[in-house]
Design a protein around this ligand. Structure first.
Ligand code: NAD
Ligand code: DAU
Length: 357
């Protein structure tokens, strides 16, 4: 079958990637969507069960650091667009194991860029009709004070954790490939995402699961750090719009103007879980346990996404109250998914589906 476009999505078995794959596979039946993922602990093909049989969807198990294999994939599928999400994404893990973050996030991104460069430069149309879209984070901008300021697209990079340093490194390489070789690249920096299919090491799914099982809720420091939360489906919608309409070489910030102090957010989650489980609202607050702060813990993130709204018309579709209610319900209804991803059982699911390829 001839496809109008052949798009490679890396990290499509992860949290945000699975929402992007689902959106593209269902919205664009005339595009072939190739999901390249190494299936680390954070990648789970069960996240994509509802689309895995679609004729325009292909999964390839590969490591972005494997330059030859990535080059083969770009050539084999005649890839003309890349949406790059594959990464190590958890700050706490980066503090324990920075090498893995440098390898995947910096070297992996470089390998993907170089593979695309060689394949595209050798193709008859060169860079015409091609696009390399890199998904990054607001954490590269560092930390804000409690002064009402925002990260804009021109805020100077000031990463503090090994995770954000590795993402900053990858962003620089992407821009360098545009400036040096003329590769049509684009970068977006998004705030904290929440919603279904997030690995339960991150604050929101971890706490929902712990409240359900009456386990302690480890609040770092005094719980005063502020994060800016966006529903993951709204991030996927933004990626769709930017992939199609964003200007080459531009940067767009993505965020919902939705700042929450951790402890206030945690209390909302507790109330919601308690109510949905039929407990008195707030009954689980005794589970809150203040623990040693995260090393180098960034105080506050807040994204100004005015440019994206003004230039491309994107706005979040969900109010936070609605998003959090949907999210809590999803995790409570999907205990089997939580058990599966934390036990590694998806590996046998993968073996069954793909014969251990
Ligand atoms: P995630 O950890 O849930 O998923 C990452 C995916 O990448 C997994 O499927 C994993 O198997 C895959 N992967 C990891 N190493 C790989 C490798 N070497 N080769 C191929 N695949 C590999 O991450 P996420 O939260 O979905 O984040 C996706 C992207 O969005 C990341 O680049 C992250 O930096 C960025 N981001 C995340 C957030 C957030 O709040 N989660 C916010 C802004 C930006
Ligand atoms: O801002 C975007 C970033 O958001 C993404 O780039 C990262 O990939 C993503 O993991 C996320 O990073 P954070 O460090 O902000 O997310 P996390 O869920 O780990 O933590 C959110 C806040 O909650 C942070 O201030 C630390 C705090 N926290 C987290 C955990 C896991 C706790 O207090 N206790 C916890 O157990």
């Amino acid at each position: 079958m001839e496809f109008k476009r052949n798009i490679l999505i890396t990290g499509g078995a992860g949290f945000i990637g699975s929402h992007v794959v689902r959106l593209f596979v269902t919205k664009y039946p005339d595009y072939r969507i190739v999901n390249l993922d190494k299936l680390t602990y954070a990648g789970n093909l069960a996240n994509l069960k509802d689309v895995e049989d679609k004729p325009n969807y292909e999964f390839v198990k590969a490591d972005i650091c494997d330059f030859d294999e990535v080059k083969n994939i770009i050539s084999r599928y005649d890839i003309d667009g890349i949406i790059h999400l594959a990464a190590e994404s958890h700050v706490d893990r980066s503090i324990r194991d920075p090498f893995t973050f440098a390898r995947t996030n910096v070297m992996g991104t470089l390998s993907l860029l170089q593979a695309a460069k060689q394949e595209w430069e050798a193709s008859a149309s060169g860079y015409e009709g091609k696009r390399f879209y890199h998904i990054s984070t607001d954490e590269v901008y560092g930390a804000l004070q409690f002064d009402g300021s925002f990260f804009t697209e021109t805020t100077k990079y000031d990463p503090h954790s090994p995770y954000s340093a590795s993402k900053a490194g990858s962003d620089h390489f992407v821009r360098a490939f545009h400036d040096t070789y003329g590769m049509p690249t684009l970068v977006t920096n998004c705030s904290n995402n929440y919603g279904p299919y997030q690995f339960p090491e991150k604050l929101i799914p971890l706490f929902i699961n712990n409240i359900r099982h009456n386990k302690p809720l480890p609040v770092y420091g005094k719980g005063e750090n502020v994060r800016d939360w966006l529903y993951v489906v709204d991030h996927a919608r933004a990626i769709d719009i930017i992939f199609h309409k964003g200007k080459t070489a531009e940067t767009y910030n993505i965020g919902g103007f939705n700042e929450w102090k951790n402890i206030d957010l945690i209390k909302v989650i507790i109330k919601t879980v308690d109510r949905l489980l039929g407990r008195p609202e707030g009954a689980s607050e005794h589970l809150i346990t203040y623990v040693t702060d995260r090393a180098g813990h960034d105080l506050r993130y807040a994204i100004d996404s005015t440019k994206l709204k003004n230039e491309l018309g994107w706005e979040p579709s969900l109010q936070f109250e609605e998003g959090i209610e949907k999210t809590v319900r999803w995790y409570l209804d999907n205990q089997a998914w939580l058990d599966q991803v934390t036990s590694g059982a998806y590996q046998s699911y993968y073996d069954k589906m793909y014969g251990g390829r």
